[in-house]
Design a protein around this ligand. Sequence first.
Ligand code: TXA
Ligand code: MG
Length: 313
Amino acid sequence: MIVEATEENIRKAAEILKRGGLVAFPTETVYGLGAHAFIPKAVARIFEVKKRPLSDPLIVHIQSIDELKLLVRRIDERAKKLAKAFWPGPLTMVLPKSERVPEIVTAGLDTVAVRMPSHPVARRLIKEAGPIAAPSANPFSRVSPTKAEHVEEYFGDKINLIIDGGKCEVGVESTIIDLSEKRPVILRLGGVPVEDIEKVIGRVEIRTLTEKPKAPGQLKKHYSPKTPLKIVYGEVKPPKGVKAGLLAFKEPKQGFEVVEVLSPSGDLREAAANLYEALHRLDKAGVDVIIAEAVPEVGLGKAIMDRLRRAQG
Ligand code: TXA
Ligand code: MG
């Protein structure tokens, strides 16, 4: 059930979480499917509903540094600097976990992924309920939801409540950085551009596509629409003999059944914010193939191209 993000509904949602239920809620990146991080049985339901392998750990969402102290064994200088620069916001840090974090949240790993979202509804909800373990609110390997309606279509009554907070502003998931070892490693490109992170802590290694992934967001096929997707790097032309939809960066092109333009002004932030919604619509348009125009790989363009490559598989 979708409800408006009123004070009363947020309080109701917090009660549901504290009793072990599941609540989908808005964040600035994508909608999350939340369970109370300290109730293992509730967290288990997330895996069930999403059909997510238990080997795929979840991000714990917090709203204060005190909560971070509960969840991790140490907060080093790099983590402090990054938290100061990007929290609340679309950055997730992987740090050595404390005893307090249930094994099911971290899939048995010795580390925990933590993020402090900036969305006011998410912040209010966490404040009422406590730390919330939440993956994106989509079935495993599908396109993440950027609107409450997307969550409703995916899960309907399988979850207790969906809080509507409008369209997500950032539109792609958080950037994940692993700080559990000596050298910081980016595990997923996302809402905070790598260039910005390097300005704060210096050079970082990017390890987002691996055979043995540390984060399943690193799987080659992920974030996928059902319709096959093909990236075109040069001039875009409609393919012959098939119904094609176009995911264009700046300008629409002739000869396609449907066209989605990500940002008429060519702004990569706007393009990222519109990406998943456009993919949801194209996936429902009944075309045989989605042709995706490549975008420049700078700033948020890196995260966009990362998601398109994984959608292509
Ligand atoms: O923007 C976001 O991060 C959204 C919103 C809801 O906060 N959440 C999100 O969660 O994208 P999810 O579960 O779809 O992606 C979390 C990623 C997964 O690829 C998971 O493997 C990785 O984080 N992850 C979680 N804990 C980890 C850990 N301890 N070490 C390495 N990777 C971890
Ligand atoms: Mg996800």
